[in-house]
Design a binder for this molecule. Structure first.
Ligand code: AGP
Length: 362
């Protein structure tokens, strides 16, 4: 309950929740470790994934963005095909389902009506569901066959932060454990890599002044802002744009770098802020090329890169982590960017207009 959770010395819940992310990462690893410190997931859940010929992830908003990252994990580590759908669209736009689908609902609150209506529909058709949620005993948890908890602690700010990173971490663990159960070899140690992520998050949370300055420089007066990325950076850009629009009311759009030339570049004017993410080596040259294209049309570029890929004029460099896990840390500067933009524009950070923490109507 919001009234029971103290903000402590924090001016806003959102900032407190951003800062809690390293701790949440460590809690999740602990919660999913057995006595011999191996990652473990309830065997009936791993069995359900292994029996499925396709996984359908259903979610809304930020949880949907976590699902997009989760798809990569499940396909790469567990080799099961995944589709990710926005819950509200899925009900009437249902794709042709595979023979043995498993549904995975991702919901911080576990109460989102759009997701629940899909759950009701697929249960009527006899399909099984796993809910990944922060709230034990929530509707989506009770009504699904299986539940995995996020262990993120109550999230009060309307803008979701620690739940997003918790969802991604739990999805990584689920994919990793499922893949290993089938004998798929992992080239990395996820426990160790999530520890590195937690440390990197701490480093980022200590650099708030830098992000405040970036927000002041790029976002204090602008009407709009674009986020571009390629591969997984595209998904993180979508989340960065959502965060910014919901609390600062700046019109923000996230899209794939390659799509620029197919339309959005027409909107670039003198001074338009473009946040570009560059954390993936395989697409680094291409995203840098996109930055040049927008700069040539007057854009004000804010490049957030990963150590090892950084260039001289980048606005912010995040520490190096496992390339699969970069969304866990590249999102932190974007959360801070949104926070400080909202603060500088005198917006109600924790309770933005027109929004509710959990959307219990369809
Ligand atoms: C996130 O910042 C939003 N407030 C919103 O998109 C949210 O993620 C969405 O409503 C889904 O909520 P849930 O995770 O509780 O289902």
């Amino acid at each position: 309950d919001a009234s029971d959770i103290e903000k402590g010395t924090y001016p806003h819940y959102m900032l407190k929740e951003i800062d809690e992310q390293p701790l949440v990462m460590r809690k999740i690893v602990q919660a999913y470790q057995n006595e011999s410190n191996d990652l473990t997931i309830d065997p009936s859940i791993v069995g359900a994934l292994n029996e499925a010929d396709r996984i359908y992830i259903i979610a809304c908003g930020t949880s949907y963005h976590a699902g997009l990252v989760g798809k990569q994990f499940i396909e790469k580590m567990a080799k099961i095909p995944v589709e990710v759908h926005v819950a509200s669209e899925f009900s009437y736009n249902m794709p042709l389902l595979s023979e043995n689908p498993l549904f995975v609902f991702i919901s911080q609150s576990g109460e989102t009506a759009d997701s629940r209506s899909v759950l009701v529909q697929i249960k009527e058709q006899g399909y099984k569901a796993l809910t990944i949620t922060n709230v034990p005993g929530s509707t989506l948890s009770r009504e699904a066959n299986y539940t995995l908890l996020l262990h993120a602690g109550p999230e009060i700010a309307v803008a979701s932060t620690k739940a997003y990173t918790a969802q991604i971490a739990v999805l990584a663990i689920l994919a990793n454990v499922t893949g290993r159960s089938k004998g798929i070899e992992m080239e990395f140690d996820l426990v160790q890599d999530l520890g590195i992520v937690a440390n990197a998050m701490e480093v980022l949370c200590d650099k708030k002044e830098e992000m405040e300055e970036v927000a002041r420089q790029f976002l204090s007066t602008t009407r709009n802002c674009f986020f571009i990325g390629r591969a997984v950076d595209f998904y993180v850009g979508l989340e960065g744009a959502l965060k910014l629009k919901e609390i600062s009311y700046i019109q923000a759009e996230g899209f794939a770098g390659g799509e620029l030339k197919h339309g959005t570049i027409a909107l670039i004017e003198e001074g338009t802020p473009v946040v570009a993410l560059a954390t993936q080596e395989s697409v680094n040259l291409s995203i840098r090329g996109n930055v040049k294209e927008v700069v040539a049309r007057g854009a004000n570029p804010c490049i957030i890169s990963m150590k090892g890929l950084e260039e001289e004029d980048d606005s912010f460099v995040i520490p190096e982590v496992n390339e699969l896990l970069t969304p866990l840390i590249s999102v932190v500067p974007l959360q801070l960017l949104a926070y400080y933009a909202a603060l500088h524009r005198d917006c109600d950070v924790d309770k933005p207009r027109n929004l509710a923490k959990s959307v219990t109507v369809e």
